[in-house]
Design a protein around this ligand. Structure first.
Ligand SMILES: Cc1ncc(COP(=O)(O)O)c(C=O)c1O
Length: 401
């Protein structure tokens, strides 16, 4: 065997959160535990039939879809995105220059770091955060400044806490609302206006990760950053088909915004990939142009699951609140478990009850004291999950007292 080590950047990164959870799940399956998986945000419901049909038809009857695609996305796909953004948010974009197809938004978020950042640069990353916001910066060899998202601040970052010295070296800020993992939303829209002003003042590229814009409940409306004046001068917005259309495994997304800000990512990707497969892009067109009732139905399912889970958790001493968006419950550990720490609690919960949750600390140090539960299992399983969590918590209470 040759003696060779991976790059020091890669070696210093801990294994990806869900790689660890998968190993624990494997052990649980081997022990024949009945696993209820609320870990990864991996939608359990199928992709709507009208989207699947277009994929099957394209791949079977249109042989040209087997060829290399156009790296930035075929015009038909980019036009469908532009029209959807206009209908959905009233935002006008140029399909030639202001949209780029992605092989899932995770791919684009990781690569935008490599397109812009180098060792001397900082990126502002929320803590807790979707792990790729941290890991993309780390893989680019740049530095991370953590912006804690605290419950007392409604999980919004406090820009006044960032030293000016850091701001002078900062190139990118990541924001994600509706938020993973906290499920927080921006209620006061002046936040977006202040953020745009702030980014302009310090020459910071605002990466707005809008993966959950469509999974909203009741009357809550999640905007696009481009609805706010001046946004096109500072921001790029990332979108995903994964949650909106239950297309997580299809790997399809897009990023949009000003041509000048977008171009470095397009250039970077042109050296790496050819964009999403043509038949996947055509299915994406069907998703965007087709009826959107499926999204409302999906949101309603998540809303009901959220209400059930929050209610059940609260009864058992967990600190959870009803949310306005996403597919997650961000639950504060009950007092009897708080000292143990979220990692150990999540591991024990899985080993002892078969319920998989994500430890809050794995989304960043400010996530300690919480667990994230993804609402991605059959409706009937939430009842079982809550019974098991209840027994687990009661036993911890007895040991605690
Ligand atoms: C905030 C956020 N952004 C981006 C993604 C990645 O989405 P995609 O499947 O399009 O890569 C996720 C997936 O969980 C996410 O939670």
């Amino acid at each position: 065997m040759i003696d060779i080590s991976p790059s020091s950047i890669l070696s210093h990164l801990p294994p990806y959160l869900f790689t660890k959870i998968s190993l624990l799940k494997k052990e649980a399956f081997e022990k024949k535990l009945d696993v209820i998986d609320l870990g990864m945000g991996n939608p359990d419901m199928p992709t709507p039939a009208h989207i699947v049909d277009i994929l099957c038809d394209s791949i079977k009857h249109h042989k040209n879809t087997h060829r290399y695609p156009q790296a930035k996305g075929i015009p038909k796909f980019r036009k469908a995105i532009v029209q959807w953004m206009s209908r959905r948010f009233g935002v006008e974009l140029d399909y030639e220059n202001e949209v780029l197809a992605l092989i899932g938004s995770k791919e684009g978020i990781a690569h935008i770091c490599m397109a812009y950042l180098e060792a001397k640069d900082y990126a502002l990353v929320c803590d807790p955060s979707y792990p790729v916001h941290f890991n993309g910066v780390a893989l680019a060899g740049a530095k991370i400044f953590r912006m804690p998202l605290l419950e007392k601040n409604n999980y919004l970052p406090d820009f006044t806490k960032i030293p000016t010295k850091i701001l002078q070296k900062t190139k990118i800020m990541f924001l994600n609302y509706p938020n993973n993992p906290t499920a927080a939303v921006v209620e006061d829209l002046s936040f977006w206006k202040e953020t745009i002003h702030f980014c302009k003042k310090y020459d910071i590229l605002l990466v707005s990760d809008n993966a959950y814009s469509e999974l909203t409940f009741g009357n809550y409306y999640a905007p696009s950053i481009f609805e706010f004046s001046g946004a096109k001068n500072v921001a790029l917005e990332f979108h995903s088909f994964s949650k909106t259309f239950n297309m997580a495994g299809w790997r399809l997304g897009w990023v949009c915004g000003n041509k000048k800000l977008l171009y470095p990512l397009e250039k970077f990707k042109s050296f790496l990939d050819y964009g999403p497969p043509l038949f996947i892009q055509l299915a994406g067109v069907a998703a965007l142009n087709g009826h959107q009732n499926c999204i409302r139905e999906l949101s309603r399912v998540y809303e009901k699951r959220m209400q059930k889970m929050v209610h059940g958790l609260k009864k058992n001493g967990w600190k959870a609140k009803e949310t306005k968006a996403t597919m997650y419950v961000w639950a504060g550990l009950p007092n009897c478990l708080a000292k143990e720490g979220s990692l150990s609690v999540a591991e024990r919960l899985l080993k002892e009850t078969g319920v998989v949750v994500s430890p809050g600390v794995s989304f960043g140090e400010s996530g300690e004291g919480y667990a994230r539960m993804s609402l991605v299992t059959h409706d009937k399983r939430f009842h079982d999950a809550l019974i098991r969590i209840s027994k687990f918590t009661k036993s911890a209470m007895q040991n605690h007292s």
